[in-house]
Design a protein around this ligand. Sequence first.
Ligand code: GAR
Length: 189
Amino acid sequence: MPARLVILASGAGSTLQAFLDAAASGDLPAEIAAVGSDRPDSAALQRATAAGVPTFALPVQPGADRALWNASLAEAIAAHEPDLVVLAGFMRVLGPALVRRFRIVNVHPSLLPSFPGAHAIRDALAHGVRITGVTVHWVDEGLDSGPIIAQAAVEIAADDTEDTLRARIQDVEKPLYLTTIRSLAKELR
Ligand code: GAR
């Protein structure tokens, strides 16, 4: 039986799309069991639905108890019995109980431990570094702080904007993430 993945995404879902395309072409030794989001209207969920993959959405209500949201998210994930939870642009920090319950992998658009957080590309440009990149890492209870699995470097050009740099980072991050998840999926089954 192939490893079962639950993919969580908040935004445009181009990373998710790379996984959906790989699965459709038989190039992913894993099944995408479900895609979840904190944004019911995200393009990521639309991409999953278009690919015939089950979806679930758990929006964070303003002022609501975050522990309850984490517990609901954990149950929604568990219902799909994943071997691995794959974060693909999921922009919420996961609570400790959820992190301990599943094996979770994230991709982050910087060379961690530099530039953790939600604005990694902007922060790298603002700092004036000449090289940034992509990190695939296990998710622990901190912010982008878990053990590093794979990294790739991306040079910053003098005329880079956030958009041009993001595009080059995403060109590097998709194959790196796919390669990493392929090998983890094989190890897990
Ligand atoms: C990706 O570039 C990913 O590295 C980043 O969000 C983007 C999602 O794009 N993740 C983070 O910044 C996590 N802190 P997508 O919605 O098109 O897949």
